[in-house]
Design a protein around this ligand. Sequence first.
Ligand code: ZN
Length: 503
Amino acid sequence: MLATIPSATLLGAEGRPVMVEVHVAHGLPCFTIVGLPDEACRESRDRVRAAVLSSGLTWPSHRITVNLAPSSMRKGGAGLDLAIAVGVLVASDQVPVDAVAGLGFFGELGLDGSVRRVPGIVPLAAAVTTPGLVVPAAAAPEAALVAVGRVQAAEHLAAVVAALRGEGEWPGWSAPPPTPPPVGPDLADVRGHPVARLALALAAAGGHHLLLVGPPGSGKTMLAQRLPGLLPPLDADVALTTTMIHSAAGVALPPGGLVTVAPLRAPHHTASLVAMVGGGTSAMRPGEISMAHGGVLFLDEMGEFPVTVLDGLRQPLEEGRVRVTRAKAAVEFPARFVLIGAMNPCPCGEGGAPGACACPDAARARYVRRLSGPLLDRFDLRVAVSRPAVHDLMGGLAGESTAVVAERVAAARRRALRRGVALNSALGPEQLDALAPLSPAASQLLTRELERGRLTGRGLHRVRRVARTIGDLDDGGDVVEESWVAGALHLRVDLLALTRQAA
Ligand SMILES: [Zn+2]
């Protein structure tokens, strides 16, 4: 007899529907899974058999063939276990075929018959349109984000079978009560650093990437950690996309299931290219840059990252998505984030402090060149950060709080939105003249910079975008003023010059 059970598999951060076809026929007892299962999926055979027997059910001593359709698509992981088990039970007449009509099944089976959660339950549930979905109980609230009113919880295979036979109830479950999002570190804790604080607000308001350059202990990490708090809550679309990515990556989701707060990802410089951009040999998993979607990617000690990893960032920074191609599949992941890089001015870290740096000139130049020109070019804001002065630390006034600055950021974003622009950092050169026209004085200032060779054509656009955001943050008018341009120029330190100061 044949049974067909809907389920899904994960490809990247998206679920793909899979039909689990189980055929039980007379013949020598054997159990075969076909249809491009990966290793974990092939091992389903052992888990499913043990789980069926542990649940007090009968394992048919017949010829069992499982086909995972469509057979051209690779299936990964253990998430099809429950669907395979239910298929075997239906095909061997232990569960009535009518009982599973309109139900999709997801989950890994333990040898004892327990139903375990698998990564990606949100995208998996989104991929299957059956009127009902049976998912691991622990993941029911997450599945319900995309399948409102259609989710049944499964804790154990025996209980699932009892519910399907009408001999038991589906276990109840409820979404945990909404909890306020966790509060990140506050900007008020940061003493001094007026320029870097302004740069953070600009990065949040305009989506500008920010590079902080300074010696160890100057507070670069402290500053970077405060950027997510300045970003507005994720809008509904981005929240769901980010939730899908986090779900697929196996990152713990917040209590309500939905990621609503801008995430902060801070991978270490030893992270591999795959860990950064996504991929992997069997399952195509999203990388750090996708987990930062809608939020902030913080690369501390940026000069220590391998060149291959830094190069791998260029295309996603340009397009807001990353394409990962492997022998078996090609996948696209969303990856739109604000990048904060932090680096020492030179290998020894003391580059900015005259007389303190012991690095040879060549070593300093090589260190800066690691951030290839094109990547360095992506940073609209490049700020030198020095160790705060003693009087700032001891007697300085507390700076503005995150809440106050976040309100100003939100107002600046609303101003840009009224011009039809989501983020000023995305303004194309052709839009700048229309949406960020220059005052005569601002135009003259930029002309002088270009004539003196202190600004390239591309740099010019970046300065104009930042100037537009400075104006928005300042509640300014539609015409870009000279002082905003001057401010934007001030927020673009020349890295090589910075390292040369020590020489
Ligand atoms: Zn040095």
